[in-house]
Design a protein around this ligand. Sequence first.
Ligand code: DMJ
Length: 656
Amino acid sequence: MPVGGLLPLFSSPVGGGLGGGLGGGSGGGGRKGSGPAAFRLTEKFVLLLVFSAFITLCFGAIFFLPDSSKLLSGVLFHSSPALQSAADHKPGPGGHAEDAAEGRAGRGEEGAPGDPAAALEDNLARIRENHERALREAKETLQKLPEEIQRDILLEKEKVAQDQLRDKAVFRRLPPVAFVPPVGAVGREPADAAIREKRAKIKEMMKHAWNNYKSYAWGLNELKPISKEGHSSSLFGNIKGATIVDALDTLFIMEMKDEFEDAKSWVQKNLDFNVNAEVSVFEVNIRFVGGLLSAYYLSGEEIFRKKAVELGVKLLPAFHTPSGIPWALLNIKSGIGRNWPWASGGSSILAEFGTLHLEFIHLSHLSGNSIFAEKVMNIRTVLNNLEKPQGLYPNYLNPSSGQWGQYHVSVGGLGDSFYEYLLKAWLMSDKRDLEAKKMYFDAVQAIETHLIRKSSKGLTYIAEWKGGLLEHKMGHLTCFAGGMFALGADDAPAGLTQHYLQLGAEIARTCHESYNRTFVKLGPEAFRFDGGVEAIATRQNEKYYILRPEVVETYMYMWRLTHDPKYRKWAWEAVEALENHCRVNGGYSGLRDVYLKHNSYDDVQQSFFLAETLKYLYLIFSDDDLLPLEHWIFNTEAHLLPILSPNRKEVEVNEK
Ligand code: DMJ
């Protein structure tokens, strides 16, 4: 019969499947196709109709409505483009997802440039595929007996519960470790008096930022330097103290001992992860896990190791997805995860799940438990099994299907630190992780071919790639890449060392130009190379500066690797600009428009200003024996992780 043909459960002889369960009552009369049994069949048919209508509706919605990411990011997250604080309005990472999402939302340009026919075809194919998969899965589920469905649910619940128990056990069984004294955790005073003075000035800036945070926002996430009160960010849920944890290692290397002790004692007494909080897995990892690990490796204080592992365990449920690609957001109490509503078809973000590797390898190292490393190595396996369009990594990956979402590629927001972590995974492994090295250099080659361009006036920039078409825009975030290219240059294949050093220098120059062409001499969030401009922001919602570090980060690597004095000169220009335009009575504030003569404070002192911007500046005016690059890796928030040479053994990693 036709219905049975459509859905096998209806033709089950003894009422198998859902229909059988409903219709399999005591009397046999129902089998004759009249009375109650016939009524049940109608019910089933109605159910089937409702179900098909629902699927069609979903399909229609996906197909006909404009990209929901744009709508949602605009409606839910960003009403005002020019920043209160990145943290406030960014749904994504402290600089990864937020800017891209925000930019698109503000400008309504999602997928705008490009060959519309190809992009449409591409999207259609993926929608069709997802739709068919959903139908297949729904059919399979409907074919099951209710008892089977029930059993599956129970099994799944049990698995999650077991995973969670196992995760917690990691924390309970933290083994004792032998602390390995850090190399170059504090350096000498620079011999040159002028450099010494500049370094002292940067330390004074750190004091100003810290003291004001302490006076007006102690224990809260960030400071509002104009309002002189705390600023909270939804990225950390109810977890508090982002500035304290982010600043710990900067305080340590600047030898601000009292301040470091205050921070440590706050961590001991107040840093609490037993909160009902939905957090950004990426942000919490790079700032809190990274900050705690770094503080541990510098000071040897057990509390930091304990807290880092405790938090790492809390993040593990984020990996409970069909592919093992973690969710972007996680409720650390319930262990329930989800993705940003604006991210292409429920995808996870490359720069988020690709920026866990360094910290998780160290969590395994310090806990003696391989579970953390397994999670991030699985991410790599998933990535290696996927076809890459033109060798490029799209920014979106669906954690349920394990397939790419939209074909957008960026070395700035949404992509950036994924590439950084490939290179650093290799360096941090003492150059033993050859897979990471290969992935890094393959990716960089594809980036050079498809994304890196020179402007008519000779400025090298990294554009963004959308389904094969270039958007000639470079983000402030992308400026970190100059340092990355230079850092990887030494071991570049086929004699390309000089080439990559040169590429790093060219990106540094372009980013310096983006600073130099503003009124305040600090660069905008994004700058363009089209419509007759070069290295200038043309859209109002791209003119802000939120105390970001990426440009001085590149200066730091270029200085260390070349000792070309221009990098110190450029870094000092940035210091002066910060003092002239961002310093206020209550700390340091970001700016809404770097082209304006008058103040346009955004009233947020970002925690990464203390973790990164001031740390990189301080290092530029220090000797190279402070945190030598042969011994340390900086995570993407500038937190310090030692290189894991085979001789370095705090604990054996030997158990699950
Ligand atoms: C920081 O949180 C990190 O550097 C991250 O990788 C990018 N965004 C911010 C700073 O801009």
